[in-house]
Ligand binder design. Structure first.
Ligand code: ZN
Length: 188
């Protein structure tokens, strides 16, 4: 997986990006937002096994079905906007998962996350997996997670994903544009 990741990054950043996998592992990302999720600072702390298993179990049996039913009843427009059709909505009304979509724990259970609706979001599997593979997983490698580690976590307040205009947002984009405009004005 690492190998694939490095290749994907090189392909998109070219050789001049100057960022390596080690930077990602240390929580240094060239972007501030990915797939509409802002990177925020959190502590990722793995709870004891019994708590983790209990939360996963409750999620599978109770929380996910209830969350899916709740969204089908309250967010039909948003769900259709990400491609969930009549068939998918009917599955959700019955508390069933929609093929191709994932209910994601924004702070994963393995990082101390709970089964509150505010910690959940439904989204397509592709952008979902990128959050884990590109942002979360590299930072967890070779760390003692039971003690807690500070990581950059992709976060949004939404409970139904929506595709952002830009896949990535960069911190300095606005200031670069501002600077360019100011230079232009001073030259005039
Ligand atoms: Zn997830």
């Amino acid at each position: 997986m690492d190998d694939k990741f490095v290749h994907a990054k090189r392909a998109s950043r070219g050789n001049s990006g100057g960022l390596f996998l080690s930077d990602f592992r240390n929580g240094r990302f060239p972007f501030t937002s990915i797939n509409g999720f802002k990177l925020i600072d959190v502590e990722y702390k793995t709870p004891p096994k019994d708590i983790r298993h209990e939360r996963r179990d409750t999620f599978n049996k109770e929380t996910r079905p209830a969350f899916l039913k709740h969204l089908a009843a309250t967010k039909e427009k948003e769900l259709r906007a990400i491609g969930i059709d009549d068939f998918g909505l009917e599955l959700m009304r019955n508390g069933k998962s929609v093929p191709g979509y994932n209910v994601h724990h924004k702070l994963p259970i393995a990082g101390g996350g709970k089964n509150e609706f505010g910690n959940l979001i439904i989204m397509p599997i592709g952008p979902h997996d990128e959050l884990h593979h590109r942002v979360i997983d590299p930072q967890l490698k070779n760390k003692v997670l039971e003690n807690g580690v500070k990581i950059k976590l992709p976060w949004t307040d939404e409970t139904v994903w929506s595709r952002p205009a830009q896949k990535y947002e960069y911190a300095n984009a606005a200031s670069v544009v501002k600077k360019a405009l100011m230079n232009k004005q001073s030259v005039r």
